[in-house]
Design a protein around this ligand. Structure first.
Ligand SMILES: Nc1ncnc2c1ncn2[C@@H]1O[C@H](COP(=O)(O)OP(=O)(O)OP(=O)(O)O)[C@@H](O)[C@H]1O
Length: 240
């Protein structure tokens, strides 16, 4: 089976400033991969490439086996994205937000209802379905956005620092739910600078100053020390 994501020799500069320099790694199907790095490491730039905001040049990106440069529409249809900033209609209910997105994805009514039920169950949001988004707390709003990103069954779920601004219980609930999704075959790329969101069995892709500093299983990379200490040794940056 093809990888959910394969990146080779990817570079990008903002003007003269290099943000990504020859980055390459893979995310296998059903894997939770943490894209880790201190501020300015290049995480957001990489996500901008993966979501089609920046052209992958030079370099090659395949999502679900589809080349992003050659077939951008088909490749982008393979991703579900949860951006750092919220994107929903707060005046509508959770259900209406999800139905609207499902219709944008071209899902018929029956498929849409099935997928919405499934996604709400996976994020433990079924009881909130009829509530207006503006009445939800930050953690539940985020869970709704994650449920929404799953409706078209993407090969890869990309989340850009999805727990920013949330309190500790909400952060824990979201990291647990997203880890659980991998048990349903969902592949995850989770950008963060918070090492406590990562489990030993997760893949860690560590970026530092635009370069790939490490790629491996968290437990093996940290080799007995705390992941935050390992990251400090690797990057010299204070972890959170
Ligand atoms: N739109 C932009 N224009 C110019 N420079 C940018 C732009 N976006 C990012 N950069 C620069 O590119 C480099 C990588 O930044 P990027 O935002 O990708 O890192 P990051 O790992 O996401 O950091 P953070 O955790 O702070 O969001 C930094 O030096 C940053 O200043």
């Amino acid at each position: 089976m093809t990888d959910a994501l394969a990146i080779r020799d990817l570079s990008h500069a903002w003007g003269r400033k290099s943000a990504l320099d020859g980055v390459g790694f893979r995310v296998a199907r059903g894997r939770f991969s943490a894209l880790l790095g201190p501020n300015g490491a290049g995480k957001s730039t990489l996500i901008s490439v993966l979501t089609g905001l920046i052209r992958p040049r030079p370099g090659r990106v395949e999502i679900g086996g589809i080349d992003l440069a050659r077939a951008p529409r088909a490749a982008l249809a393979q991703i579900g994205v949860v951006f750092q900033s919220a994107t929903y209609d707060a005046e509508l209910s959770v259900l209406s937000n999800l139905r609207y997105f499902a219709s944008l994805q071209g899902l018929d009514r029956k498929t849409s209802s099935q997928r919405i039920d499934e996604a709400l169950d996976r994020l433990d949001m079924r009881e909130r379905a009829r509530e207006r988004v503006r009445d939800l707390n930050g953690g539940h709003r985020r869970r709704m956005e994650i449920a929404r990103a799953l409706l078209h069954r993407p090969a890869l779920l990309i989340l850009d620092e999805p727990t920013v601004g949330l309190d500790a219980p909400a952060r824990r609930a979201i990291t647990d739910h997203v880890h659980d999704l991998t048990g349903h075959g969902v592949s995850v790329l989770w950008a963060t600078h918070l090492s406590d969101e990562i489990r030993d069995s997760d893949q860690v892709v560590l970026l530092h100053q635009g370069r790939l500093q490490a790629d491996g299983t968290a437990g093996a990379l940290r080799a007995g020390s705390a992941l935050s200490d390992w990251m400090l040794r690797e990057t010299g940056a204070m972890p959170c």
